[in-house]
Write a protein of this length. Structure first.
Length: 120
């Protein structure tokens, strides 16, 4: 798999934006892996409960509030993604600085909007 998107904060709840994002990414035939608090599947994508050493992560799509992100700083940096998208409500200047120090792009944007206008 190349150019994989990792959705962190994934949920099987169809009303959650992470769930909608997984569905839209899958609909566009993008490679997706997901990490959440509970196992499950969304559009055939398995939600993992454990931080795995995923390969070829291009984009990390965050759906965690800034306080919960702290436990993921080193993990996300270790995956060496090209970029991290901070979706609405996940903005975190401390983490943005850490990403910059590790040459990882950060984008404060809504993944659903980016997907809808083909700017993902």
């Amino acid at each position: 798999m190349k150019n994989v998107t990792l959705v962190i904060g994934a949920s099987t709840n169809p009303n959650k934006y992470s769930n909608i994002a997984i569905k839209r990414l899958a609909d566009k035939e993008m490679q997706v892996v997901a990490l959440g608090l509970r196992k499950g599947t969304v559009s055939g994508i398995t939600i993992d409960e454990e931080k795995k050493d995923y390969k070829n992560i291009d984009t990390v799509n965050l759906y965690l509030n800034p306080k919960r992100q702290e436990d993921y700083y080193s993990y996300i940096i270790s995956l060496k993604p090209r970029r991290v998208i901070f979706n609405p409500g996940t903005e975190n200047t401390e983490f943005v600085k850490l990403l910059q120090e590790n040459n990882i792009e950060s984008e404060i944007a809504c993944s659903l909007v980016l997907l809808s206008i083909n700017q993902y």
